[in-house]
Design a protein around this ligand. Structure first.
Ligand SMILES: Cc1cc2nc3c(=O)[nH]c(=O)nc-3n(C[C@H](O)[C@H](O)[C@H](O)COP(=O)(O)OP(=O)(O)OC[C@H]3O[C@@H](n4cnc5c(N)ncnc54)[C@H](O)[C@@H]3O)c2cc1C
Length: 433
C-alpha cells in the first residue's frame, strides 16, 4: 500500500504510549509446577488481582499469551470515567432500586479507586483530574444531557455542569458540537505508565509474570485446577481469568458472553503550543454523544492530539483505520487539516449483551471482564475485588456478584451481528438521533 501524505515519514503502528514505555523485558522465569493462584492475562485486571493475592501471601503466577500488558491496558486513551453505561433508571427496571444504586455506586468507586491507588502506591503516571467534556452532537442530545443532570438520583449525584454552545470555545476549539456537559472529576492517565507501575509492584510482591505463554486449557482435579500452557501444566488452587477482549477458546462459557470489538486511535505529530491551547484550552479529556463514539485528548506533554473511535469492528491493519479517524479529526478541527499522523494502533475491547461489566465466579474459576470500552479504571478496581475474593476477604464483594452474565442463542464468540449494528448506529448518529 502506498503511504498517504497524512502519515508522517516515520509512522509507527504501535501505541504512542510504547515510545515512553516499551513492552517490558521480564527476567526469565521458569514455569513452576504448582502455584496457589494462576492469573490468565496481564492487563490491569490480571495485575490488580495478582497484586492482592501475592501481597496476601499466595504464590501467584501471571500468564500472558503475548508480552506483559500487550492488550488494551497499554493501548487505551487514558480517559477514566465512572464506566457503568446503563443509567440508574434502566438498572432499576432490571434489578430494583437498591441493587441499581449499588451498581452505579461501583462506577463512582472505580473512579475514586484509581486516584487513591496511584497515590498510595506512588505511581508516576501523569494521573490528573482533568475533567471530561462530553459534547452533544445535536441539540436534542444537549437537552437530554441537561435533563439527565437536573434529575440525578439522590445519593448518586456527580459533580458536573452544562456548557452551552456559546461558551463551548472555552472547553474546545470547534463549532461542530451543540454544547455539552463537563464531568469535573473524570481523570486522565498515561495508561502504559500506570500498567508498568502495577507490573513493578506485582513483581515486588513476589509474583511471577510469564509472557508469551498462552493458557490453552483448564481442567479441574481433586485439589483445584490444572492450567495447560506451553506444553506443560501448572497445578493451582485458584484461577483468575482476566482476558477481556482477547478472550479465546480457553473458556467457552466466557467466550459466549463477551463480544470483542476493535477500538482505534491515532496520534498526531506535535502541534504548535498556540494551536493546542486554542483547540484544547483546558486540557480536558473529550468524548461525544454519538453511539459510534469518538474520544480524544492531548498527549501528557500537551503537544499532540490522541484521537480515537470505533471506525471499524474488526480491522486489524492500523493503516486502514487511520484515514477515517484523521477525516473526523479534521472535520472537527478544520484548521489542522494538514496535520500528519505519527502513530496509529488498535486493540480489542469486550462488550457484553447488557452493556455491563461482569465479575464473579463460574465453576470455581474467578473472572472480571466486559468493560464495554471503559475499563481504564474499572478493570483495576474489579481486578482488586476479585483478588480479594480469592483471598476470601469480605471487601472483595461487589454489586456485580449476583448479576446474571447473559449470552444469546447462536453466539459462540464470533460477532457476526456487529457490522450491521454499527452501520445502523452510525446512520442514527447522522440522522439526528
Ligand atoms: C484503543 C483503545 C482505547 C481505549 N480507551 C479507553 C479509555 O480511554 N478509557 C477507558 O476506560 N477504557 C479504554 N479502553 C478500554 C480499556 O483499555 C480496557 O477496558 C482495559 O484495559 C481492560 O483491561 P484488562 O486487563 O481486562 O484486559 P487487557 O488489558 O486487554 O488484557 C488482556 C490480556 O489477556 C491476554 N490473554 C488473552 N488470552 C490469553 C490466554 N489464553 N493466555 C494468556 N493470556 C491471555 C492478552 O494477551 C492480554 O494481554 C480502550 C481500549 C482500546 C483498545
Amino acid at each position: 500500500m502506498t503511504t498517504p501524505t497524512m502519515f508522517s515519514d516515520d509512522l509507527k503502528l504501535t501505541p504512542y504510549w510504547w515510545d515512553d514505555v516499551p513492552r517490558p523485558a521480564l527476567p526469565p522465569a521458569p514455569m513452576p509446577a504448582k502455584a496457589d493462584v494462576v492469573v490468565i492475562g496481564s492487563g490491569y485486571t490480571g495485575l490488580a488481582a495478582a497484586l492482592q493475592t501475592a501481597r496476601g501471601g499466595r504464590h501467584t503466577v501471571v500468564l500472558d499469551a503475548q508480552d506483559a500488558g500487550f492488550g488494551c491496558s497499554t493501548r487505551n486513551g487514558g480517559q477514566i470515567s465512572t464506566s457503568v453505561k446503563p443509567d440508574y433508571a434502566a438498572l432499576a427496571r432490571r434489578f430494583g432500586r437498591e441493587h441499581a444504586f449499588r451498581i452505579v455506586k461501583e462506577g463512582h468507586n472505580s473512579l475514586a479507586w484509581v486516584g487513591a491507588f496511584v497515590k498510595q502506591e506512588g505511581i508516576d503516571c501523569d494521573f490528573r483530574i482533568a475533567g471530561r467534556f462530553h459534547a452533544a452532537h445535536n441539540p436534542a442530545r444537549y437537552e437530554a444531557l441537561a435533563r439527565m443532570l437536573a434529575s440525578q438520583p439522590k445519593g448518586l449525584e456527580v459533580a458536573a455542569h452544562m456548557v452551552p454552545r456559546e461558551d463551548q470555545s472555552s472547553e474546545l476549539g470547534t463549532d461542530a458540537y451543540y454544547g455539552g456537559i463537563l464531568y469535573e472529576h473524570h481523570a486522565s492517565v498515561h495508561p502504559a505508565l500506570l500498567h508498568q507501575g502495577m507490573l513493578d509492584r506485582v513483581l515486588q510482591a513476589g509474583a511471577t509474570v510469564i509472557p508469551h505463554c498462552p493458557a490453552t486449557g483448564i481442567d479441574r482435579d481433586a485439589t483445584g485446577f490444572r492450567v495447560a500452557c506451553a506444553g506443560r501444566t501448572i497445578a493451582a488452587r485458584n484461577v483468575v481469568i482476566a482476558t477481556n477482549g482477547y478472550t479465546g477458546r480457553l473458556m467457552p462459557w466466557l467466550r459466549r458472553r463477551v463480544i470483542p470489538i476493535g477500538s482505534y486511535i491515532i496520534a498526531t505529530e506535535p502541534l504548535p503550543l498556540g494551536v493546542m491551547s486554542r483547540l484544547m484550552p483546558r486540557d480536558r479529556i473529550v468524548s461525544d454523544t454519538r453511539k459510534v463514539v469518538y474520544y480524544y485528548r492531548a498527549s501528557p506533554d500537551g503537544r499532540r492530539i490522541l484521537f480515537g473511535g470505533r471506525v471499524s469492528c474488526n480491522e486489524t491493519d492500523p493503516r486502514r483505520s487511520a484515514p477515517p479517524l484523521h477525516a473526523e479529526l479534521v472535520r472537527l478541527f478544520p484548521d489542522i487539516r494538514n496535520v500528519r499522523i505519527s502513530h496509529s494502533w488498535a486493540g480489542f475491547v469486550a462488550y457484553t449483551f447488557d452493556q455491563m461489566m461482569h465479575a464473579g465466579q463460574r465453576d470455581g474459576l474467578f473472572y472480571a471482564m466486559g468493560y464495554c470500552g471503559s475499563g481504564a479504571g474499572m478493570a483495576g478496581y474489579l481486578g482488586t475485588r476479585i483478588g480479594q475474593q480469592v483471598l476470601g476477604r469480605a471487601e472483595g464483594k461487589t454489586a456485580f456478584d449476583d448479576v446474571p452474565f447473559e449470552s444469546r442463542p447462536y453466539y459462540w464468540g464470533n460477532p457476526w451481528f456487529l457490522a450491521p449494528s454499527v452501520a445502523w448506529y452510525r446512520w442514527r448518529d447522522r440522522s439526528g438521533h
